[in-house]
Every structure is written in structure tokens, then in C-alpha cells.
Design a protein around this ligand. Sequence first.
Ligand code: UD1
Ligand code: CA
Length: 452
Amino acid sequence: MSNRELLTIVLAAGKGTRMKSDVPKVLHAVAGRSMLGHVLALAEAAGPSRLAVVIGPGMDNVRAATLKAAPSAGVFMQEAQQGTADAVLAAREAIAGHDGDVIVLYADTPLIESDTVVRLRQALDGGAAVAVLGFEAIDPTGYGRLITSAAGELLAIREEKDATAEERAIRLCNSGVMAFRGAGLLERLQRIGNSNAKGEYYLTDIVELARADGLKSVAVACSEDEVLGVNARDQLAAAEAIFQQRARSRAMANGATLIAPGTVWFSHDTVLGRDVIIEPNVFFGPGVVVEDGAEIKANSHLEGAHVGPGARIGPFARLRPGARLGRDVHIGNFVELKAMEMGDGAKANHLAYLGDGSVGAGANIGAGTIFCNYDGFFKHKTEVGPGAFVGSNSSLVAPVKIGAGAYIGSGSVITKDVAADALALERATQDERPGWAAKFRQMMQRRKAKAG
Ligand code: UD1
Ligand code: CA
């Protein structure tokens, strides 16, 4: 592809009234990442470019989210919403200093793939001054229609409200995504007027203006799914569903087994190795890596966790941020891990909370073990050495260290460090009274008989 420089302009100034939300529309999430985040990632994946993001008044959180994801982005303010051309012109300064290609993306259209943007730019290589991403709409209502010549040239884009009945019958629609050659672009944008049904400055008018200047425009097609725009919560859910569908297919194509794909929920960044098996009803929050051959059993919830090769997680396990599990670790039902290092082959098979600590290779954590990591003010560390055995129902009160190979007797409350290979017990000595129970029963039965 060309080595012309690229400026990507992301439009995010829309109020998103139909979301009925205190949060700006573009900060609502799909697969654990804001729609804005998806679009900024798309801009990055489509090739190195300068970024300009257009926001509306009062959108400080959108500005902050932009600069967090893309610190070098320029953020521009569109004072009043006067249409898509006016929005692009808010970034006038960025366009003026740039003579390469310009791409316009909408921040509320999060599912476009980077290949599609690359194809759009390739259309510019082919000599077009404007390339518009179009799609065949099942229901074209509300979209701008792409008017093409028999030879495939894009002649004009007609907004629904300005279209004739004949033009409305066209099903090829404008997705809103467009690419431009930079030469003369700013000047043409400034010539766009607002004498139309909405009284807005339509970016789509650029096609006819370019044509009047003797320049060619083309339409590049993609699937309708890819250009789904989110205006309300039902469309947010639809975008999520499409994203998940893709993520499940990709996971399986890369060699993971999903027993019931429709019940597994991925984050935008989930990484699965080969021969990973995911049972039904598993949820991945952001930041999870599962290495080759690991098995995630039913009803588990993972977030910010690294699962080593061959590990077995769940059913009903919860891995929270900072859980780092080595090879062949076993985490069983109702076990919660947070900020925990688990060495190779370590096990915690039932009913435990392990947080802010480490468990060495091959150590065994018994059922009901609690790492008491929080004193109400501070968090403290618990370290269990390799090969140690922590008996069931033990409380390890942090900060505390259990040496390698040590044994902790069941039911102990451990508040002091335990040396390697020692046995630590913290419980009253067992007191056994022979025959007591039998005598007790006789006495009580007599008492009951007397009472009638
Ligand atoms: C626009 C297109 C239409 C296309 C449709 C696809 C125009 C004139 N029309 O119509 O051809 O089929 O998108 O969804 O371009 N925005 C601003 N500032 C504004 C106006 C819009 O930032 O002043 C942003 C919005 O936040 C949104 C995007 O631009 O992300 C599109 O705006 P919207 O009002 O939804 O355009 P449509 O009328 O749907
Ligand atoms: Ca729209």
C-alpha cells in the first residue's frame, strides 16, 4: 500500500441521547472496552497515523479516555452539532498541516476490521480522491444512499431526507467511514453548505464537490455487521453479540475447544492457546491469557489472570486480577484468587480465598483455607513455600510465611512464620472421655421418660 502519511479523524461529538445515560455514548463498552477504545485500536491497527478525535462540549471524560489510549492524539472540540462536515472541520488544524490521506471513523461504530480500512485506502491508491465504505442494508431506512454509475463510480451520496423515491429504493448505503486524498480536501470541506432537509453540513456532499473538480469517488463494500452503529442500548447489545460471535469463531479457529460457544463470553483482549478447553458458561473479563492445554471448567469467571499450560480451573472458580498460575496448577470449585502467584503443580481444589501472596510449586492448599490479607486498613502478604501442605479450614493471618515442605494442621489460625519442614498446629489439644456419649444418652432418655 501507499506510503502516504495518514491522518485518522474520529468523530465522537454526538450526544447519544438515545442511550439515556450519564456516560457519553462512546464510553459505553463492548467486550470490556469502550467503543471509543475499539475505534482508536482500529486506527492503530490500520497503520501508523496521526490521530484527531472530535468531541463535544462537556466531554472531558472522552478527552481523558482518548489521551489515555492514544497520548499523542489531538483532541478537538466541535462547539455545536451542525453535521458531519462541521465535525470534521473541527479538526481543521490537523487537516491543514497534512497532505497525505485522511480517514474519517465514527466512535460509535466499533466493529470495523482493520483489513477493511486497508481496503479503503487501497481504493485511494487506485486513483480515487474519495473512497466511501458502503454496505447492502437489509433495511436502508435512515442511511445515506450511495448513487453509483454503471461503471461503478460513486456519483453522490443522498441523505434519506433529501432523497427521491427512486433513490430511496437503493439499498447500498453509506456506513459513514470515508477515506480521502489530502490534496484540496480542506478547501472542499469548507465549500460544503447546509441547504438541505436537515440544515446540516453533510460530509457526504464532498463526493459531488470532488466530482465537480474532476475527481473520482468509489464505494468499497463491507458486511452490514461490521458497520453497525450504536445509538441505543439494544444496538449496544447487538454489537456485543456480533463481537462475541467473532471472538468465539476466532478462538475455535485458533485451536480452542468451546463446548457451548454461545455461553462463553470473551473480552476484547482474551488470549487462548492451542488445545484449551472451555466448558459452558465461562466469562472472561479483560486481561486474561490461557496457555496451551489448559482447561476452564463450567461457570468460572476470570479477569486479569494468567493461566499456565495444562492448568485446570473450576468448575465455579474465580480468578481476579493478578492471579498468575504456573504449569498444571489446579484451582477447584468456589476458590477465589486475587494477586496470587501459584507455582507449577500447586493445588487449591475447594472453597478457598487466596489473595496477595504466593504458593510455591507443588504445594497443596486444603479446603476452606483463607488468606487473611486485610486488617481493615492495609493489605498484607502470605507466602507458602514449595511443597507445603496447608490443612483444611486454616486461616493464615498475613503477613506470614510458611516454609517449604511445612505442614499446617487443619483448623489452625496461623499468625507467626512457620519454618521449613515443621508442623504448625494452633488448636486446643483433643480431650477424649471414654464412654461419655453412651452415659449421656441414657441419662437424657431417663429424663425424657420421667417428664412424660
Ligand atoms: C451519517 C451519514 C449517513 C450515513 C450514516 C451512517 C452524513 C450527512 N450522513 O448520518 O450518510 O448513512 O451516518 O450511520 O454524514 N457527529 C458529530 N458531530 C455532528 C454530527 C455528527 O460528531 O455535528 C458524529 C456523531 O457522533 C456520529 C457520526 O458523526 O458518530 C454520525 O452522525 P449522525 O448524526 O449519527 O449521522 P447520520 O444522520 O446517522
Ligand atoms: Ca447515526
